[in-house]
Design a protein around this ligand. Structure first.
Ligand code: E4P
Length: 218
């Protein structure tokens, strides 16, 4: 399973990249706004900076909701860097845009996916990634990870090449459940990634090893 970081924060991206386990980055307009990135030129420059830091795919989201606007924006984003994946919302015009991009070999990430039917349309249009939002479904008392497993199963049965990118991941348990569900990718906040490191027995064990070592060497 590939591991993406879900942020537009450069320090966090660098920290994850330096761990040596990062396969890519996802951003969205809210994450860009959180970093105070405003204006088209600054937004494009920020994506470029992210692409220079990581080796993997970087999802950059279009803001337009009409077909022509999405095409125009997506083509500009795709030209920025070969690792850019154009993120397109799961709406009717978005599906048309994904179909257009797939014909031009521009990779897409279909975002805001909350049902198997939406995932089917994204795959049929030729999306490279589909992003079911796990946490936001959990928030309204639906099982987000069940959706991930359902989509994985549909894509396997019908041999769709679209990769399932578990998004809206909130904690380390979500990451492990995404593995179990067969997701191709999980995009996670840095805290959730670092949370995987934690186990009290590791801390206790390490402390004991160091104490025993210092007893025989001092
Ligand atoms: C990433 O592709 C999504 O935009 C992101 O995971 C959404 O996460 P949130 O539901 O925590 O905002």
């Amino acid at each position: 399973m590939k591991f993406f970081i879900d942020t537009a924060n450069l320090e966090q991206i660098i920290e994850a990249q330096n761990l040596g386990i990062l396969d890519g980055v996802t951003t969205n307009p809210s994450l860009m706004a959180k970093e105070g990135i405003k204006g088209n030129e600054n937004i494009l420059a920020h994506y470029q900076r992210i692409c220079e830091i990581v080796d993997g795919d970087v999802s950059a989201e279009v803001i337009s909701t009409d077909y022509n606007g999405m095409i125009k924006e997506g083509e500009i984003l795709a030209k920025l860097h070969p690792r850019i994946v154009v993120k397109v919302p799961m709406i009717k015009e978005g599906i048309r845009a994904i179909k257009y991009f797939s014909g031009k070999n521009i990779r897409t990430n279909c975002t805001l996916v909350f049902s198997p039917g939406q995932a089917l349309l994204a795959a049929k249009a030729g999306a490279y990634y589909v992003s079911p939002f796990v946490g936001r479904l959990d928030d309204i008392s639906f099982d987000g990870m069940e959706l991930v497993a359902h989509i994985v199963n549909i894509y396997k049965t019908y041999d769709f090449k679209t990769q399932v990118l578990a998004a809206s991941i909130r904690n380390p348990i979500h990451i492990i459940k995404a593995l179990d569900a067969g997701a191709h990718v999980a995009t996670c906040p840095l805290d959730a990634i670092l949370g995987l490191l934690k186990h009290p027995l590791t801390d206790i064990g390490l402390q004991k090893f160091l104490e025993d070592y210092s007893r025989v060497t001092s």
